[in-house]
Design a protein around this ligand. Sequence first.
Ligand code: UDP
Ligand code: MG
Length: 314
Amino acid sequence: MDISIVVPLFNEDESLPHLAEWIDRVMNEHGLSYEVIMVDDGSKDRSWQVIEDLHKGNPRYKGVKFRRNYGKSAALNVGFAQAQGDVVITMDADLQDSPDEVPELYKMIKEEGFDLVSGWKKKRYDSKLAKNIPSKFFNWTTRKMSGIKLHDFNCGLKAYRRDVVKSIEVYGEMHRYIPVIAKWAGFSNIGEKVVQHRKREFGVTKFGLNRFVNGYLDLMSIMFMSKFGKQPMHFFGLVGSGCFLLGFVALVVVCILRLCGRIALTNSVWFYLSMLFVVLGAMLFLAGFLGELICRNSSTRNTYLIEKELGTAE
Ligand code: UDP
Ligand code: MG
């Protein structure tokens, strides 16, 4: 099968029939074999009935329904697990992403050898204040922190080689950082394609401004995990030892000064500061040590992504 289209959706019953019709038209025009995996993220409207009808009419349409709303990342993760096509495309259900882009994205992965191609909504039809301006800032920081030169990390329309989606795990609200996760997993050939964006016709947006707060915390944890996830001591141990040493030296100096009768300990700010640093250093060191113990016991401590093997036993 050429293409799996994964569509996460939450209360999008009005858009789905239009989306399905459009996908069918584009795929048939280009003679591509495909499946569409609709992941219903706990919708409260008629979305699931629509998916059932689509499946009845055409078994290429597959569906998974969550019992409750788990979020877009969870929906994508489940869709990725099901996908069988050589190229996996993710697309929002609200008709803001155009299926017309699919054949070109497919070509970029198949022929130009990209691991991942991200859409770029260069001209965007969303509210300026709530989406466009915060987005620019969000993309700038993510670019700086991850070193990936994409303009639009959060675009719902993306294409992946199948082994990329089979190698990564998306959870929490990490769907905004899939390119970062993919790069960390060793898929660094990441491309970008300007895509058409459209106004939302039906329903309402599911993401408010709080996504930026959560988004930043997620970025921090991804960056931290990729750098120190397998060796927490390299961070905590270093900072902790530094703090401890600084505090300890300062404490010795303060005690000597006290013995010489230069200062009184209880009203010297330096005494409290040096104590603070000693305690803080010891705590950070301990945190690193606990982190190492947890890593040592984690079931994935020796899980590596292997790209190729030669002459090894199965
Ligand atoms: N979505 C989802 N689960 C959620 C929130 C959103 O599956 O908890 C889906 C939603 O139905 C849509 C896509 O994620 O297909 C993008 O959401 P939305 O269009 O609301 O985001 P925006 O385009 O406003 O950033
Ligand atoms: Mg949308």
